[in-house]
Ligand binder design. Structure first.
Ligand code: GLY
Length: 269
């Protein structure tokens, strides 16, 4: 999940892949998963990569009625321990939320739990955090009412929010960008201009990646100068290694087939 700073990445939830995963939505990077066993193996490697790098991982059961349930990032937005439960932007995904909401409400007692109501809608995958600066994608899944509810929470917490318009060829803001550290944004040429993120705070930069590596722009930065990246994106890898980061490389082929990226499969809390 892209809404926590590096120093807040100690615990995460993931969710097992549904038996119905073959029917997951796939309209951007993928044309649909073809091999559930491979998907499950890749997902296990993902959870292992998080836990072997110091993240305490809780795995929730799959929901067989929801093919996309592995993509937990969309279902809850955790900011400094407070939770915004969005109205997911695709009708078919709204029933995925209850067990995630229950888990977070239980583990984050004492924090605010805000529940969005329609017509507002938002997918957690549209939110990106760079240090204490936030970006939200205005997309087919996230509308202005949703953005306004997120802004209310961020105003309350004292964080700035900037809106980025997502091009029609992309699902979410985090489908095409990420913050591998608290001062770097990776973004793809041909999808976003660096100016889309506004003036960067001192010490921060937007690094543009060639368009053909758009999928590789989604990464998960971890404490200790480590970053999880998808296999097959050499420019992303070199760019991050040149900045002193150690890359942990994962095969995401069957996750990508359902338009899922690395950050989609976890919520840090
Ligand atoms: N397959 C992920 C999504 O479209 O939400």
């Amino acid at each position: 999940m892209a809404t926590v700073r590096l120093d807040q990445k100690s615990r995460a939830i993931v969710r097992l892949i549904s038996d119905s995963y073959i029917n997951a939505l796939a309209n951007y990077f993928g044309s649909g998963p073809t091999d559930i066993s491979a998907a499950r193996m890749q997902h296990r490697a993902y959870a292992d990569a998080l836990s072997s790098n110091g993240v305490e991982v809780t795995t929730l059961e799959a929901d067989q009625n929801h093919p996309d349930c592995v993509f937990v990032e969309d279902q809850a937005v955790v900011i400094d321990g407070h939770v915004l439960l969005p109205v997911p932007g695709h009708e078919s995904r709204r029933g995925e939320q209850p067990p995630i909401a229950d888990f977070l409400s239980h583990h984050l007692k004492g924090h605010q739990i805000c529940k969005m109501e329609p017509p507002a809608m938002m997918d957690g995958g549209d939110i990106l955090r760079l240090g204490d600066l936030f970006f939200v994608g205005r997309s087919t899944r996230t509308n202005d009412d949703g953005i306004s509810e997120l802004k209310d929470l961020l105003d309350h917490l004292g964080h700035e929010l900037r809106v980025v318009d997502i091009p029609s060829g992309a699902l979410h803001l985090t489908s095409i960008s990420s913050t591998p550290t608290d001062n770097i944004i990776l973004a793809p040429e041909g999808y976003l201009a660096p100016e889309a993120f506004g003036v960067m705070p001192d010490g921060c930069e937007v690094i543009m990646i060639p368009e053909e590596e758009v999928y590789g722009c989604n990464t998960i930065g971890l404490p200790g100068n480590k970053v999880i990246i998808a296999e097959g994106y050499p420019t992303v890898k070199k760019t991050l290694e040149d900045r002193g980061l150690e890359c942990i490389i994962l095969d995401m082929e069957q996750i990508r087939a359902a338009d899922g990226s690395l950050t989609c499969c976890s919520i840090f809390y």
